[in-house]
Design a protein around this ligand. Structure first.
Ligand code: ARG
Length: 559
């Protein structure tokens, strides 16, 4: 197990003084964020978090006194060169040569797993996680909410996987319902097989729009649609095969577009799978005495505290058919049976908060204790995302727009070098820009989208991150002299180099934070700061023609 030698060493000294096992102290020792204004200590201990059990009176002056007393009992050693106190903290300054050596060695050793192998994660049990995200509706618009769900879900899945959890990614398509009645009836009138094959998402959407319009004027079409859907529900072979056809082609295209985003799924599920199973759920609810009939003939589950139906969830229409939530109940039960997972995560926009609260609540009422391990990761709305063609209808439109705008920016920038494949580069940078913009704030916040802001080359954008990465990589290529472990750390004592090293010390804590609250903003802000610090170091410290060690510090950031 890779361990930060500094946290360990500080913890073991503290453990002697406080008479507590070092393992309990590790998490209370954190790397101090780098500050522009003053040189900072490297680590700090939040005294309140380790002595709270021992002290009955936690009023402020007392805490400060205890902090002072604790600091007095601690001694500098070969690792710690200075001990000081702050409000409620004991601060530790690490021997700077040791700092440079240890950080660089760790980076070389762990490579792309730097931070992930930290001892902070050693007590975290490895879990089986099922995460459902993206989940668009066939024939309907792929709206910005689906884009957010796709990239946020992918972030959570990647992070959990990187930390050693077993992750299953599910896409739960909106592939059932009256829209397929209309689509089926519409396709018979306006559809074209060739177009369906070459451009399924767009063609189905067009047919859907067309048939909706036609149905408004022509009762007959409405009837045809109802017939089609009725046949579909009755599993009529021919109708079902047409539906399957729409679904298969759509998935094929989704897979291709997700690939552009670096996203994949282990399973394409969908509402269609749970048509029959939701009838079983209704029976179960009935047997458990949870189903109540309303005057309108619908069936509801009472969710109110006083059991007076002041809060309820409708699970069956008066004609006996299931609803969105009924299918979700069936899907959740099925997923748990199939994967026997520890955690089940759903990623959608916050307009579905109540839906998921009620879903989990009903599952609990049904006696499924695991409902407590279900989690809804919800996010805010994005306003104003438009392409040059107008409103966003398809995911691909957004990706193309990001790419073409980026390509244009690259062409007009004087600093852009001749590139082998400008389209591919523009695609990668454009994507990073979209993702970083989306991940900068708290997921639950709404934000106003602006292409100009997203694609700025300076400032806190994905373009800036990619730029830094490219710059450091070319530096690495230029100065590459193997990954030497024999480092002359004396060359790394300039404050700019120290700041980079100090910042690298924090990476595992940042990862830990994001893995706990599932907010990408901690990692994004960490990376932006890292890029700014690297830019300062690059500017002030001459790399070309100077000590190779210096280049190495900058190079490792590129890893
Ligand atoms: N297809 C739904 C929509 O577009 C999202 C599905 C979310 N997942 C779920 N299990 N309900 O709104």
């Amino acid at each position: 197990m890779a361990a930060c030698p500094f946290r360990r060493s500080i913890a073991s000294q503290l453990s002697r003084v406080l008479n507590l096992p070092p393992e309990n102290l590790i998490k209370s020792i954190s790397a101090v964020p780098v500050s522009k204004k003053r040189p900072v200590a490297d680590f700090q201990l939040f005294v309140g978090s380790v002595i709270e059990n021992k002290s009955s009176d936690r009023s402020k002056p007392d805490l400060q006194l205890q902090t002072q007393r604790l600091a007095e009992k601690l001694k500098c050693d070969t690792v710690v060169s200075e001990i000081s106190t702050g409000p409620g903290t004991v601060n530790f300054t690490i021997n700077k040569e040791l700092l440079a050596k240890a950080v660089l060695q760790q980076v070389f050793k762990d490579g792309s797993e730097y931070g992930i192998k930290s001892e902070l994660f050693s007590t975290v049990p490895r879990r089986k996680i099922v995460i459902e995200f993206s989940s668009p509706n066939i024939a309907k618009k792929f709206h910005v909410g689906h884009l957010r769900s796709t990239i946020i879900g992918n972030f959570v899945a990647n992070l959990k996987e990187a930390l050693g959890h077993q992750v299953t990614r599910i896409n739960y398509l909106g592939d059932w319902g009256m829209q397929f009645g209309l689509l089926g009836a519409g396709f018979q009138q306006f559809g074209n097989e060739e177009e369906l094959q070459s451009n399924p998402l767009q063609h189905l959407f067009e047919v859907y729009v067309q048939v909706n319009k036609a149905a408004e004027e022509d009762e007959n079409i409405k009837k045809l649609a109802q017939d089609f859907f009725r046949k579909l529900e009755a599993r009529d072979e021919q109708t079902l095969s047409m539906w399957q056809h729409f679904r298969d082609f759509s998935i094929e295209e989704y897979v291709r577009i997700y690939k552009r985003l670096g996203v994949h799924f282990d399973e394409y599920s969908g509402e269609s799978f749970y048509q029959e199973k939701s009838q079983e759920v209704l029976k179960m609810l009935d047997t458990k005495g949870l189903l109540q009939k309303t005057i309108k003939g619908t069936r509801v589950v009472d969710l109110s505290e006083k059991r007076d139906l002041s809060l309820s969830s409708t699970v069956m229409r008066s004609d006996g058919t299931s609803l969105y939530i009924t299918r979700d109940l069936a899907a959740a039960i099925d997923r748990m049976k199939k994967y026997n997972c520890d955690t089940m995560i759903y990623v959608t926009d916050k307009s579905q908060n109540t839906h998921f609260e009620q879903l989990f609540q009903i599952l609990k009422l049904m006696g499924y204790q695991w409902a407590e391990r279900c989690q809804h990761v919800s996010f805010g709305l994005v306003q104003g995302m438009k392409t040059r063609k107008g409103e966003v209808v398809f995911l691909e439109d957004v990706l193309n727009e990001a790419r073409s705008r980026m390509l244009q920016n690259m062409a007009s920038a004087k600093t852009t070098k001749e590139l082998e494949n400008p389209l591919e580069t523009a695609e990668k940078i454009g994507l990073a820009a979209l993702i970083i913009q989306d991940f900068k704030g708290l997921l639950s916040s709404d934000y106003q989208f602006s292409w100009d802001r997203v694609l700025q080359s300076r400032g806190d954008t994905g373009v800036f991150l990619q730029y830094t990465h490219a710059r450091l990589h070319s530096l690495e290529q230029m100065c590459r002299n193997g990954q030497s472990t024999d480092i002359n750390t004396a060359c790394l004592q300039d404050p700019q180099a120290i700041s980079v090293l100090q910042h690298l010390l924090r990476y595992d804590e940042v990862l830990y934070k994001s893995s706990e609250d599932l907010q990408p903003k901690h990692i994004v802000s960490y990376l932006l700061t890292l890029s700014h610090l690297a830019a300062v170091a690059h500017k002030t410290l001459p790399v070309k023609g100077s000590a190779p060690e210096l280049a190495q510090v900058l190079c490792i950031i590129a890893v």
